[in-house]
Design a protein around this ligand. Structure first.
Ligand SMILES: Nc1ncnc2c1ncn2[C@@H]1O[C@H](COP(=O)(O)OP(=O)(O)OP(=O)(O)O)[C@@H](O)[C@H]1O
Length: 302
């Protein structure tokens, strides 16, 4: 059986009357790259804080590799990169990385850490002279200053430019390929789609969806249909009457539809005697699926 790296068992956390995390049960395994998604206030940061032992749950239990999160951190099992992590001023990048690796039970060489984070050329730069994206890379270097089993990242690529972001994710992929578990919270859904092999959707502190990006898209249950009408009059009320329609957009001769049952919609389309050309049926993108899932939940529990 595969060991469990992260284990949340019925975990809850309240801030006064706000239930930030609500009975969360979750297990993460070695080598998984997991994206944590959720609208603002869904409980992502609180979940990561509970995981890192920065907050204590009001109910339930959090474990990392079967031990208390704080113990796991002291043992160097976890590398973390948090949004709020301020960097020490008045020191150079290399000095700061050296400090982090000196505190790690299984440290890497400073030059390797700098190279992996793509900041070798910034080694002698004072930390307070870094750009936002460079500071993010330094935080990343601190999170990977030693050999950890779990890497936790809270919105890691905020402020990174496109090429820095790509290099960052390539490095993270390597970390996961070596058997480490990578858990990251993000608002960039295309990033989750491209990088994560497992996606968690959190909403009001509860897990709404847990699966591959493809499974989350399928869960949204909506498909996009598009086609061109060259030979027929485009009659909007008739198109609106198609079964299972949840959206209709007409632009010139092109019709775009969202449908909860694409087979039924397309069948009825031909039944109207229309002659659609360039017909395409596709699933939702992860971003649209995320919106559909969270909005459906909002409608269910206002
Ligand atoms: N220290 C705190 N005191 C009171 N309420 C808090 C505190 N921290 C978070 N909350 C509340 O708990 C809920 C979850 O917040 P959290 O920061 O975990 O969400 P998030 O998913 O990380 O949001 P975002 O995407 O905006 O960063 C929110 O309603 C938030 O207002």
């Amino acid at each position: 059986m595969t060991a469990t790296v992260v284990d949340f068992d019925q975990v809850s956390k309240n801030y006064g009357s706000v239930r930030a995390v609500d009975g969360l049960t979750l297990a993460l395994h070695p080598g998984e790259t997991v994206a944590l998604l959720g609208p603002n206030g869904a409980g992502k940061s609180t979940t990561l804080d509970l995981l890192l032992g920065l907050k204590r749950p009001d109910g339930g239990k959090v474990a990392i590799l079967g031990t208390d999160p704080r113990e796991a951190i002291v043992a160097g099992r976890v590398g973390a990169m948090l949004q709020s992590g301020g960097l020490m001023d008045e020191v150079t990048v290399a000095e700061l990385v050296r400090l982090a690796r000196d505190l790690h039970p299984r440290p890497y060489a400073v030059t390797d850490v700098l190279a992996r984070a793509g900041i070798s050329q910034l080694a002698d730069r004072k930390v307070d002279k870094l750009s936002g994206g460079q500071a993010q890379r330094v935080r990343f270097a601190l999170a990977t200053a030693g050999d950890s089993d779990l890497i936790v990242l809270d919105e890691p690529t905020t402020g990174m430019d496109v090429s820095t972001r790509q290099a960052f994710w390539a490095t993270m992929r390597e970390q996961a390929d070596q058997g480490r578990t990578v858990l990251f919270a993000t608002h960039y859904l295309e990033e989750a789609d491209a990088i994560a092999d497992r996606v968690l959707v959190l909403h009001r502190g509860r897990l709404l969806a847990d699966g591959t990006a493809a499974e989350i898209k399928a869960k949204a249950g909506v498909r996009r249909i598009s086609f061109d009408l060259y030979d027929d009059r485009i009659d909007e009320p008739t198109l609106r009457g198609l079964p299972s329609l949840s959206g209709l957009h007409i632009s010139g001769r092109t019709v775009r539809i969202q449908s909860s049952d694409a087979d039924a919609t397309v069948h009825a389309l031909y039944g109207l005697g229309l002659h659609p050309r360039n017909l395409e049926v596709a699933g939702l993108g992860l971003e649209q699926a995320f919106v559909a899932i969270t909005e459906a939940e909002e409608a269910r529990t206002p």
